[in-house]
Design a protein around this ligand. Structure first.
Ligand code: GDP
Ligand code: IMO
Ligand code: MG
Length: 423
């Protein structure tokens, strides 16, 4: 019996899906506990690429159970499309369970996400447009509609009538948008209810039973710690909590059940959407890393901004998650660079900064200080043994490990299942 938690340490897209796929064989159950369809987790299995948004990245293993726990917000249309696509193109799938307590991300949440972004003008967050901010706001304001509501048509109609009326006032009067039509939405939800019904259960009771039976749970975080609205670069953050502390709230598995926390970090930094990024490379090198690393959003296709590894940000993320180990991904992308820079600290107005400033305006003005390390020319994609890595690549990994004071035992050197170096 064990509970392994896997979370992103950066601004998302660290390669969590790929690492879940690697770890899944030693677990019976893979659980999503936060986020929604803003997540995009890529798994390349037997040459076929799968992009998971709401489904856990363990879906390709027929002998597993994949759980979408109550911390996840569900868009039933996305879920249905995603499930049908994976079922058509994938191998026999894992058993899927969805919590009856998940909140629903509805069309008015998407519309409000878009209208709120438009109204921000130059100050856009660059959201994924999946309605995430509005749906989590409703959840906390106790105005949400949940999966369990779908199976009681009269009650659902009542809830929806009240909510759509309120949302339409906001949409029309504040933003001058087009109102949502109640009846088609109601009919669509009744149809989606029939699709989702076979998967729905009390997942907390299921997980409790699974742990009692001695099964191993793998908790799949979405987003990354630097996008957390408590810890991250506020307000350029998401509205769900990516750090390991969310596992217990989002799945119902208490904190003392957690056996191990794994943090996933990319060998360099990326960010998609707006917001401070102190080590960003706004030059041809940044573009070269984007092209080599295929750094385009899995959910939105937007180009990801690229920059150097940022130790102060990663130290904060490591402190927030207390990982037992870090899995380092995309080391192969750095091949061919004559030298690598790692940010060791910042200056603000000529003074050294301790920790990470709270104000985005200050974060935008930081001057990063860099340690330079030698690069390597060799391609790493077919390396399997630590001893076969170039000495400068090993020195780069060892430097990060030493600076973060967290062991790095697993290094990903390509997007496919087998492209992994275990130390
Ligand atoms: P996630 O959101 O953390 O699951 O990450 P994404 O799937 O959004 O983005 C990671 C991207 O990098 C995907 O396209 C992966 O296929 C790819 N990837 C993952 N690990 C590696 C790696 O070690 N090397 C390379 N070159 N690509 C990787
Ligand atoms: P995975 O799980 C990268 C970013 C968006 C935007 C901000 C707020 O694939 O790592 P939201 O739609 O959540 O309100 O957008 O958060 N963002 C992500 N960036 N990876 C993700 O997920 C993200 N989920 C949200 O780009 O900057
Ligand atoms: Mg992603």
């Amino acid at each position: 019996m064990s509970v392994t938690v896997l979370v992103g340490l950066g601004w998302g897209d660290e390669g969590k899906g790929r690492v879940i796929d690697y770890l899944a064989p030693s677990h019976q159950i893979v659980v999503r506990f936060n986020g929604g369809a803003n997540a995009g987790h890529t798994v390349i299995a037997n040459g076929v690429t799968f992009r998971f948004h709401l489904l856990p990245s363990g879906m390709l293993y027929a002998d597993k159970t994949c759980v979408v726990a109550h911390g996840v917000v569900i868009d039933t249309v996305s879920l249905r499309e995603e499930y049908e696509l994976v079922r058509r193109t994938g191998p026999p799938l894992a058993k899927l369970l969805i919590s009856d307590r998940c909140h629903l991300a509805l069309p008015y949440h998407r519309l409000l996400d878009q209208l709120e972004e438009e109204s921000r003008g130059q100050e856009k967050i660059g959201t994924t447009g999946r309605g995430i901010g509005p749906v989590y706001a409703d959840k906390v304001a106790r105005k949400g509609i949940r999966v369990c509501d779908l199976f009681h048509p009269d009650h659902l109609r009542e809830l929806l009538t009240q909510t759509v009326e309120e949302k339409n006032r906001l949409i029309e009067r504040v933003y001058g948008g087009q109102p949502i039509q109640l009846e088609p939405l109601y009919q669509q939800l009744l149809a989606d209810a029939e699709f989702i019904r076979p998967f729905v259960t009390n997942t907390m009771t299921f997980l409790e039973g699974a742990l009692t039976e001695g099964q191993n749970l793998l908790m799949e975080g979405a987003q990354g710690t630097l996008l957390d609205h408590e810890i991250g670069t506020y307000p350029f953050v998401t509205s769900t909590s990516p750090p390991a502390g969310m596992v217990s709230l989002g799945s119902g598995v208490g904190p003392r059940r957690i056996s191990k926390v794994i943090g996933v970090a990319k060998a360099y930094a990326t960010r998609v959407g707006a917001g401070p990024f102190p080590t960003e490379l706004n030059d041809t090198l940044g573009t070269a890393i984007r092209e080599r690393g295929k750094e385009y959003g899995t959910t939105t296709g937007r180009p990801r901004r690229c920059g150097w590894f940022d130790l102060p940000m990663m130290r904060m993320a490591a402190f927030a998650n207390s990982p037992d180990e870090i899995v380092l991904t995309k080391l192969d992308v750095l091949s061919g660079l004559p030298e690598l820079h790692v940010c060791t600290g910042y200056q603000l107005d000529g003074q050294m900064v301790r920790g990470i400033p709270a104000l985005a305006l200050d974060l935008e003005r930081l001057t990063p200080l860099y340690q330079t390390l030698p690069g390597w020319k060799e391609e790493l994609g077919s390396t399997h043994a630590w001893s076969d890595l170039p000495s400068t690549a090993k020195a780069y990994v060892s430097y990060l490990e030493e600076q973060l004071q967290v062991p790095i035992r697993v290094i990903s050197v390509g997007p496919s299942r087998e492209q992994i170096v275990v130390r």
